[in-house]
Design a protein around this ligand. Structure first.
Ligand SMILES: [Zn+2]
Length: 349
C-alpha cells in the first residue's frame, strides 16, 4: 500500500514521511484509530515506505521487488499478529493454542480487499464471529522467535500488531521486553482502538500517532473503491423507492430480506450507496444536475424519481438511512433494521 492510496489524514502522511526522512522514526509506533479508521492501512503504507528500494520523495515506488511483496502482503519480513480464538477453520492441535499464522490466508484476503477493516470484520473473516479474539502468550513467544531471525530481505523486519490491547498480561509482558530491548532492525507497528488498556510501560515505549476519524465522504470513497459496479446495490435502491412510491408494502419485502442477507460490510456499503443515490435524486430535483454526476446507466431512473418524489422526503430519508447505518454498526438484528428502513422510506414518499 502506498501513502497515495490512503484515504484521509493527509497531513499525517506527510508527517510520517518527514519523520522517516529525518531519521526520527522510533522503533515502535502506536497508531490509535477509531474502529475501521485506517490505522492498519497507515501502518502498511509506512512499512512499505521504509523498506522500499526506490523510495520517492514522499512515497514508496510501488514497483520495486520489496514494494511488490508488501502490496501482496507476502514480504518475508512483514509479520502480522492479531487477536484470534479457536475456530472451525483450525485442526484439533491448532485449536489448543491458536496463532495468527494459522489464519494468514483469510487475514490477507480481508486486508487486501479492505485494509480499513473493523475488529468484527476480522473475526468474521477468520471464522470466530461470536467469540472475542485474544493475543496469547504463545503468540508472544512466536513473535520473539520470528524477530530473533535475521531480516530475510528487507532492511527492516516489520511486526504489525493489530489490537495489542487484546494481549493478556503474560503476552503483554513479553512484548514489553521486546520493546525495551528491540532486536536490531525491527519496526513495531501497533494499531489500537483502546490504548488506555495497554500497559503504561508499553505505551511509553511507543511513539503514539492518533488518526482523525474518517469523514462520511472518506468512508464513501473507501466503500466506492471496493465496488465500482454497483448494479446490485442500485437495483435494491431502485426497487425500494418504486415500491414506496406505489405504497406497495409487500413489494418491499424481497428488498429488505436481500439486504438482511448481505453480510454486515455489504450492508454498510449499501447504506452509503443509498445515501448517495438519494442525494443524486435530490440534486436533480433542485436542478443541480452537474453536481449529481449521473452515469448513463442511472440517468433515466434518477430523473424519473426526481420528478415524482416530494420535497419533504429527503430529510426523512437521510435520517432513516443514517439510523440503519448505525444499527448495522451496533449489531442490531438486520431483518429489523432493513424492514424498519423500508417502512420509513415508504412513509416518507
Ligand atoms: Zn519500492
Amino acid at each position: 500500500m502506498r501513502f497515495s492510496e490512503l484515504v484521509g489524514n493527509t497531513e499525517l502522511r506527510q508527517q510520517l514521511v518527514r519523520m522517516v526522512r529525518a531519521g526520527r522514526l522510533g522503533h515502535a509506533i502506536l497508531f490509535v484509530e477509531e474502529n475501521g479508521g485506517g490505522g492498519f492501512a497507515f501502518a502498511l503504507a509506512l512499512a512499505q515506505f521504509v523498506n522500499c528500494r526506490e523510495q520517492q520523495e514522499d512515497d514508496s515506488c510501488g514497483v520495486c521487488p520489496s514494494c511488490h511483496k508488501y502490496q501482496k502482503l507476502i514480504h518475508p519480513d512483514l509479520h502480522f499478529v492479531f487477536p484470534v480464538s479457536s475456530s472451525s477453520q483450525l485442526s484439533e492441535s491448532e485449536k489448543k493454542a491458536p496463532l495468527s499464522d494459522y489464519f494468514l490466508p483469510a487475514f490477507r484476503e480481508l486486508a487486501l480487499a479492505n485494509p480499513y477493516f473493523t475488529e468484527q470484520e476480522l473475526y468474521d473473516s477468520i471464522g470466530i464471529e461470536n467469540k472475542s479474539g485474544l493475543i496469547s502468550v504463545h503468540e508472544s513467544r512466536r513473535i520473539f522467535e520470528k524477530l530473533s531471525l535475521r531480516a530475510a530481505e528487507g532492511e527492516w523486519k516489520t511486526m504489525l500488531i493489530y489490537l495489542p490491547e487484546k494481549m493478556n498480561l503474560d503476552a503483554a509482558n513479553k512484548l514489553l521486553k521486546l520493546l525495551e530491548e528491540p532486536p536490531a532492525g525491527t519496526l513495531f507497528l501497533l494499531v489500537s482502538h483502546q490504548p488506555e488498556r495497554l500497559l503504561p510501560t508499553i505505551r511509553s515505549r511507543c511513539q503514539a500517532i492518533a488518526l482523525k476519524p474518517l469523514s462520511r465522504e472518506e468512508r464513501r470513497l473507501i466503500a466506492g473503491g471496493r465496488d465500482s459496479d454497483n448494479a446490485e446495490y442500485r437495483e435494491i435502491a431502485k426497487s425500494l423507492l418504486e415500491a414506496g412510491l406505489a405504497k406497495h408494502i409487500i413489494d418491499t419485502f424481497p428488498q429488505w430480506e436481500m439486504l438482511a442477507d448481505l453480510g454486515r460490510e455489504k450492508q454498510r456499503e449499501w447504506c452509503l450507496y443509498m445515501e448517495q443515490y438519494i442525494r443524486k435524486i435530490y440534486l436533480v430535483a433542485r436542478g443541480l444536475d452537474a453536481l449529481a454526476d449521473l452515469s448513463e446507466t442511472e440517468e433515466a431512473t434518477i430523473r424519473g424519481f426526481a420528478a415524482r418524489i416530494k420535497p419533504s422526503f429527503y430529510e426523512k430519508a437521510f435520517t432513516a438511512v443514517e439510523a440503519a447505518l448505525s444499527a448495522v454498526g451496533s449489531n442490531v438484528n438486520p431483518k429489523l433494521t432493513f424492514c424498519d428502513l423500508s417502512n420509513r422510506l415508504l412513509l416518507a414518499l
